[in-house]
Design a protein around this ligand. Structure first.
Ligand code: 13P
Length: 249
């Protein structure tokens, strides 16, 4: 089953609009010949400027969150249509930082995911276990719950991208080993086959995220189950991101 790899930068709360434009200008020549989808998921307020700056390049635009309502009295929130007007194609949903600091739950992840799909955006839904959960043997139980609750009611699961981000590897410099990441992503695909269907599960692109960088990306990307990366810190440095998108397949 051919799955087109996807490398996405998650800038998190970094880069003003002008800094973001400078970063994508530096990135453009470094990623132009990448043999994968290249996405930058930028702070909402950077979207208009970055959207303009990447026009005509192979860099695609992503947001970091989306509200589940089409419109209405939700102060501070942003709808899928607002994102679409600026050419946003991807949206990160349920990042562990949102689950930890902003009360995101499997239920709100599910609602946001369904709204994004209905609007024609591709959700990049983040799942993953904490260190304590891994050490107490609960990884599969946690992933099962995130899949069953978070992906409820999705008609075509192949329309979403999943980012497997073990929380203990995010921003810690502690990456999962290539084999650990491959094995857990393999488990996620097996569960998707069981809950949805084997053919659809074979089409879902599953990224690894967590301290992925210019040094370890090649090894991770050589694993058969890993279809891409969701990159935090290293996506803020153009030369590093430029290296990450050039893996052998
Ligand atoms: P780091 O690459 O900085 O560990 O962040 C990973 C991440 O959370 C991407 O969404």
């Amino acid at each position: 089953m051919e799955r087109r790899p996807i490398i996405a930068g998650n800038w998190k709360m970094n880069n003003t609009a002008s800094e973001g434009v400078a970063l994508v200008e530096a990135l453009k020549p470094l990623v132009a010949d990448a043999n994968c989808e290249v996405v930058v998921c930028v702070p909402a307020i950077d979207i208009p400027a970055v959207s303009k700056a990447i026009a005509g390049s192979n860099i695609k635009l992503g947001a970091q969150n989306v509200h589940f309502a089409e419109k209405g009295a939700y102060t501070g929130e942003i709808s899928a249509n607002m994102l679409k007007e600026y050419g946003v194609e991807y949206v990160i949903i349920g990042h562990s930082e949102r689950r930890q600091y902003f009360g995101e739950t499997d239920e709100t992840v599910n609602r946001r995911t369904l709204a994004a799909l209905a609007a024609g955006l591709t959700p990049i839904v983040c799942i993953g276990e904490s260190l304590e959960e891994r050490e107490t043997g609960k990884t599969e139980e946690v992933l099962d719950r995130q899949i069953l609750e978070g992906f409820k009611g999705i008609d075509d699961i192949s329309k979403i991208v999943i980012a497997y981000e073990p929380i203990w590897a995010i921003g810690t410099g502690k990456t999962a080993t290539d084999e650990q990441a491959n094995e857990t992503i393999g488990y996620i695909r097996k569960k998707l086959a069981e809950v949805f269907c084997p053919v659809c599960a074979g089409k879902v692109r599953i990224q690894y995220g967590g301290s992925m960088n210019a040094k370890n990306a090649k090894g991770l990307m050589a694993q058969p189950e890993i279809d891409g990366g969701l990159i935090g810190g290293a996506s803020l440095k153009a030369p590093d991101f430029g290296v990450i998108v050039h893996f052998d397949r």
